[in-house]
Ligand binder design. Structure first.
Ligand SMILES: [Zn+2]
Length: 211
């Protein structure tokens, strides 16, 4: 008897589960190069292609019954509050938060893989894991970049993330406990807009989307 595979989405039911799976599945699929040396990879049967299991990042999005707007990581789990699901306006906004958290998880590992180390050295971060909820501007910049590529690779428009963070920046500082730990200064949003443009150019040129 094979060990059951960990679920992509946990502790969510009904329409929440359907929604989270719809967003999570493309985020965790076909990202071996990003996940292999961080959270790890597992092979999951693909009902559409029984003979070629799909590679999936080994992480779980867990819904936590909590009113605040929250997103956090615990080991290979990304915790999302029910308050967050109520706060986001659409799937693109929810995908933006999920991709951002996932990017932190991929980046802030004790032994980041080569491309993550390169990315870190170009933007001034070391690759060491920092305990939450310490806010580190360099880690945020790194997570922003990787998250926009994760969104694009999942078939979403990274410009939606720029719109989301612009909206977050316009909220009063006490509007969200999570936002307090994720300051979104104008230069961070400008940098994301530049990354979204870079991704659009890569796509137009048919280039691979490597962060
Ligand atoms: Zn962050």
């Amino acid at each position: 008897m094979a060990t059951p595979l960990p679920p992509v989405v946990a502790d969510a039911g009904g329409s929440d589960r359907t929604r989270l799976e719809r967003i999570a599945d493309p985020l965790v699929t076909d990202n071996e190069e990003l996940c292999a040396d961080s959270v790890g990879i597992l092979k999951r049967p693909d009902p559409a292609k029984p003979k070629s299991p799909r590679a999936q990042c080994k992480l779980t999005f867990r819904l936590v019954p909590r009113a605040g707007v929250g997103a956090a990581a615990d080991g290979n789990q990304i915790l999302l509050s029910t308050g967050l699901l109520a706060f986001v306006r659409d799937d693109d906004e929810l995908a933006t938060v999920m991709a951002h958290r996932m990017a932190h998880l991929l980046l802030e590992r004790p032994a980041p893989q080569a491309f993550l180390t390169r990315l870190g050295s170009t933007i001034g971060r070391s690759g060491e894991r920092a305990p939450e909820p310490v806010f580190d501007p360099a880690q945020e910049r790194a997570a922003d970049r990787v998250s926009l590529f994760l969104l694009a690779r999942a078939g979403r428009d990274p410009a939606a993330a720029v719109r989301f963070w612009r909206r977050m920046a316009s909220l009063p500082p006490d509007a969200s406990d999570w936002l307090l730990r994720h300051p979104v200064p104008a230069e961070r949003i400008d940098a994301m807009a530049a990354i979204a443009t870079e991704i659009a150019m890569l796509r137009a040129a048919g280039q691979p989307l490597h962060p």
